[in-house]
Design a protein around this ligand. Sequence first.
Ligand SMILES: Cc1cc2nc3c(=O)[nH]c(=O)nc-3n(C[C@H](O)[C@H](O)[C@H](O)COP(=O)(O)O)c2cc1C
Length: 212
Amino acid sequence: MKFDLDMTDELLATTRAVRKRLDLARDVPKSVIDECLELAIQAPTGGNSQSWRWIVIDDKEKRAAIADIYRQCEQGRFSGAAAQAREAGDHQTARVYSGAGELASYLQDVPVMLIPCLQGRPDGNDSSARWASVMGSIFPAIWSFQLALRARGLGSVLTTLHLYKEQAVAELLGIPDDVMQVALLPVAYTVGTDFKRAKRDPVATITHWNGW
Ligand SMILES: Cc1cc2nc3c(=O)[nH]c(=O)nc-3n(C[C@H](O)[C@H](O)[C@H](O)COP(=O)(O)O)c2cc1C
């Protein structure tokens, strides 16, 4: 198998956090979500634990209730952060926070939400090795899911804000106590499919070979 590197690199480099260009008017078929999840669960897990669980929400009332909870967590947090970033001259971060603030206002209209979960919950006394192993056993799969969406003309944004009120969402969806929610991804087709690379620090300035 020889990969088309132009295509692969483009996918890896341009899978952005999509908020403003989510197509709220277009339904997302269940089959597309299933297909992307099939790919996502090829990701690695610590000790081959595979203790992930995926909650897909397309029910209108439940989406509205989740969006309400998200807004309770938001409380102007993002617009404040946007203003701070703007003052500091960091326009990319200001744009991110302002988009994140806006998302809260239309989150209920995004056709599908995905809540990736893990069975089990580390606590504050656990070592960083345990935390890394637990959280590292879901985020690679989440990213694969996002890449698979992008390859099919859909987009998403990884959010964690609702976790401030994780329990409220757990009650709404009947999630058991020993299951930990780790994120919430609004999912939709995107308006257009051209996305660009983001600005990042040059690799040479953040990489250390053979020692710090
Ligand atoms: C761990 C994590 C938590 C995030 N939480 C939120 C969130 O609660 N709300 C939101 O709108 N975006 C959230 N984001 C999305 C980031 O803001 C976004 O990935 C970042 O600004 C970079 O944008 P890009 O991915 O398009 O380069 C989160 C991203 C990560 C990785």
